[in-house]
Write a protein that binds this ligand. Structure first.
Ligand code: AMP
Ligand code: MG
Length: 434
């Protein structure tokens, strides 16, 4: 692990008050060490494994498929039966093989066997002609030889997964297909990493909880719900610590409590100019802060570092800390582009880059060079198969409805200025398939 000294040396080349997004991502990556192989694991049943991180490789105990079988409904025969035949060949039908009901009488020579998809290849047969290519009269079939090649339409034992080979590797985040794959191996439970514990809270004297009346100047706390949802989706265990008032003592209590009970602490609000002083002071006394501001919009004020639960840095338990901005859209943009990867890495998950596509800007977009902007976009597929994208309109970082309306982030790189209609831009879709 990088020592704080090495770490700060690597950071020193940047301005911690306005880090380019890539530099911030690099720093977070170095700091968010994956929990090693010694990280606690637990065994769970397949249903409970969905979305969890595999703690060890899963070695296939069997071949899948376990036996050579037909990939089509048709007729199985030995390829040698058609060598030397003329343009068409006639074969007598010796019987039928169904999936789960093999035809075991020895075939081969110049006989064939009617065979269904998934049925065991009868002894002596290595090739299947699809039924559509065959004319059958009584117990004889006839088909054209042209285009037939030995071994066609036969699935070989072990061609999907070979016995003794890793079917899934440690660090895999288990998906729908993986549950089916594990079931196909007859495996009913797997070892997964214990969930990462992430504590989060909102800060702000203006914040009210649902059920409270909104007095003049107050707003409902929405960030805790957004954060809860985003964390849930990542498969971590959440610890909701509520709303914390804007005073040093309350913030200190919340941070100490969070640090002593979680691997990662996320706050929202209270790190922008004006709040920064007492927060900065406090964070410096509880731990080490790597940076305060990122050259990104939304999301500029963002404190990142490590906190300790004890009396000083280095004492007690430690947790990574992300002090996100208060603005609701900024919370989401910083979560996906700064926090997400760290949580996955610490969870022991293999790195999963966000999906990025090229799209054509269908309208001009205002963009200031010198910061990365994450605008909310609506992307649609064009007739030529490419993507076009428009913004959702006003891009204020408090306009949370823009996130609900959008289906992608439009990522406008650091150095870029205004975008003209027709320019290529990068989009990161909100939805993945599985
Ligand atoms: P701050 O970063 O604390 O200066 O907050 C920036 C803006 O975000 C202010 O308008 C806050 O009222 C708003 N805000 C902060 N926290 C929340 C929250 N949890 N839910 C909704 N809005 C918030
Ligand atoms: Mg605030």
């Amino acid at each position: 692990m990088t020592t704080p000294k090495e770490f700060f040396a690597s950071v020193a080349q940047y301005d911690p008050n306005a880090l380019p997004v890539e530099a911030a991502q690099d720093i977070v990556r170095q700091w968010a060490m994956p929990r090693g192989a010694d990280a606690p694991a637990e065994r769970v049943s397949l249903h409970d494994a969905l979305g969890r991180v595999l703690a060890e490789d899963v070695i296939s105990p069997i071949d899948v498929p376990a036996f050579d079988n037909s990939a089509m409904d048709g007729y199985a025969f030995a390829a040698t039966a058609v060598t030397g035949a003329g343009a068409t060949v006639e074969l007598p039908v010796a019987g039928t093989a169904f999936a789960g009901r093999p035809f075991v009488a020895t075939s081969g020579g110049r006989e064939c066997v009617r065979i269904m998809t998934g049925a065991l290849m009868p002894p002596g047969c290595d090739t299947v002609v699809p039924q559509e290519q065959v004319t059958r009269e009584g117990d004889t079939i006839r088909f054209a030889v042209a285009g037939i090649h030995a071994g066609q339409n036969r699935r070989l034992a072990g061609e999907d997964l070979a016995r003794g080979k890793p079917a899934l590797v440690a660090g895999r985040v288990v998906r729908a297909s993986d549950l089916g794959l594990l079931a196909s191996l007859g495996i009913g439970e797997v070892a997964v990493r214990k969930r990462l514990v992430v504590a989060f809270f909102s800060t702000g004297d203006e914040l009210r909880s649902i059920g409270e009346t909104l007095s003049a100047g107050s707003v409902y706390d929405s960030n805790r719900y957004t954060l809860f949802a985003m964390l849930r989706r990542l498969g971590v265990e959440t610890l909701d610590l509520g709303i914390v008032r804007d005073d040093r003592a309350s913030l200190e209590t919340a941070l100490r409590h969070a640090t002593s009970s979680a691997d990662v602490v996320i706050s929202s609000g209270g790190v922008s100019v004006g709040d920064a002083d007492f927060t900065r002071d406090l964070l410096n006394s509880l731990g080490e802060v790597a940076f305060w501001k990122i050259a990104m919009r939304p999301g500029r004020p963002l404190a990142f570092g490590r906190l300790w639960s004890g009396e000083r840095a280095g004492a007690g338990r430690s947790a990574l800390f992300f002090g996100l901005p208060g603005n609701p859209v900024a919370v989401m943009a910083t979560f996906y582009f700064i926090v997400r990867e760290a949580l996955l890495a610490m969870s022991g998950a293999q790195r999963q880059a966000l999906t990025a596509l090229r799209a054509r800007a269908a309208e001009p977009m205002k963009k200031r060079a010198g910061r990365t902007e994450f605008q909310r976009g609506i992307a649609t597929r064009e007739a030529d198969g490419g993507w076009r994208v428009v913004t959702t309109g006003p891009q204020g970082s408090g306009v949370l409805s823009s996130m609900s309306e959008a289906n992608c982030f439009i990522v406008l790189e650091h150095a870029r200025g205004d975008i003209d209609a027709g320019d290529d831009v990068e989009i990161v879709p909100f939805d993945g398939l599985i």
